[in-house]
Design a protein around this ligand. Structure first.
Ligand SMILES: NC(=O)c1ccc[n+]([C@@H]2O[C@H](COP(=O)([O-])OP(=O)(O)OC[C@H]3O[C@@H](n4cnc5c(N)ncnc54)[C@H](OP(=O)(O)O)[C@@H]3O)[C@@H](O)[C@H]2O)c1
Length: 283
């Protein structure tokens, strides 16, 4: 019997709104194939679609939502402001343009994609998000790839704490310090590349043994590990069977020993592509 702290009840954000326990990553789904994969994800039960201006698929996300026939209010659509639009006016325009491409009146969640600290404009992008929320263009606001220093700065400058920080998080890079910072500040940890993308740890004994013990797949073990850590994973899959399996992680519970063994796969150089937010910049 799974612990009810880890059931699939929605996650409550610091602004009182909720997100599903697991979301769907949409990068790099594009074109008609991309729409079909997203419609399949919605039909298979996903109710949170994670996109970004830089994924160049916001139109496809909006089309998939309409084609699925699922009521608009039941699906959370999240997008991100790219680095080239951090100046406040550009950030506000970026949000309006995203809403138009998605065909939505309101964005459910909008994030700053990367802080790009050398340009020192992420504070303005945060001010734009605070204003957009006041104006009703966006329901919930957050950030992505922010360090503790970036988080504390935007909170100090505006008095508004991001609801979400979406960071790289998988067994080879389990981010214990960032998760602790998020707990202290009341910020939900969203996990990008939650499986570890092309470098998934499925053959690691810690993962494979837990999969055998619970008669589930290694992918389900990794996603269950996220749930028990308290992170919201955003797995991407274009494969309907994997889409279903990746949501089906609420019928078993990893033991403390299994959790520790998976977290112990972490290593300092465990990032997928060197995406250190202090130095890696994306425009
Ligand atoms: N904020 C950021 O800076 C940032 C950066 C990167 C990603 N993201 C977001 O995070 C999402 C997910 O990240 P990601 O796509 O990089 O990595 P991921 O979800 O960890 O891995 C996706 C890969 O794993 C495969 N896969 C999915 N489920 C599987 C399963 N059960 N068994 C075996 N293989 C499986 C998929 O293949 P198939 O599709 O062939 O099934 C795909 O190749 C993105 O789509 C995006 O929304 C955000």
């Amino acid at each position: 019997m799974a612990d009810d702290r880890y059931d699939d009840a929605p996650l409550t954000l610091n602004d009182g709104t909720t997100l599903p326990r697991i979301g769907f990553g949409t990068y790099p789904l594009k074109g008609e194939d991309g729409i079909e994969a997203m419609v399949s994800a919605l039909e298979n039960g996903y109710r949170h679609l994670d996109t970004a201006v830089n994924y160049e698929n916001e139109a496809e996300v909006g089309e998939a939502l309409r084609r699925s026939g699922i009521p608009r209010a039941e699906v959370v659509v999240a997008t991100k402001i790219p680095g080239r639009f951090h100046a406040k006016d550009l950030a506000l325009q970026s949000l309006r343009d995203s809403a138009q491409r998605l065909g939505l009146e309101q964005l459910d969640l909008a994030l700053i994609h990367w802080p790009n600290p050398s340009r020192d404009l992420y504070g303005q992008a945060w001010q734009a998000l605070v204003q957009a929320r006041q104006e009703g263009l966006v329901r919930s606001i957050g950030v992505s790839n922010f360090t503790a220093e970036h988080l504390r700065r935007v909170i100090d400058e505006t008095g508004v704490t991001p609801a979400v920080n979406q960071v790289e998080l998988h067994p080879y890079f389990p981010q214990p310090q960032m998760r602790q910072v998020h707990r202290e500040l009341g910020i939900l940890t969203q996990a990008w590349s939650p499986m570890g993308k092309r470098n998934a740890p499925f053959a690691e004994p810690a993962v494979a043994q837990a999969a055998a013990a619970h008669e589930v797949t290694p992918g389900q073990v990794v996603l269950r590990w996220h749930v028990q850590l308290g992170s919201m994973p955003l797995p991407k899959s274009a494969t309907p069977e994997r889409q279903r399996a990746n949501l089906d992680v609420f019928g078993f519970e990893l033991t403390d020993e299994e959790m520790s063994a998976i977290t112990a796969l972490g290593r300092p150089d465990g990032r997928l592509f060197g995406g250190d937010p202090d130095t890696h910049e994306e425009m």
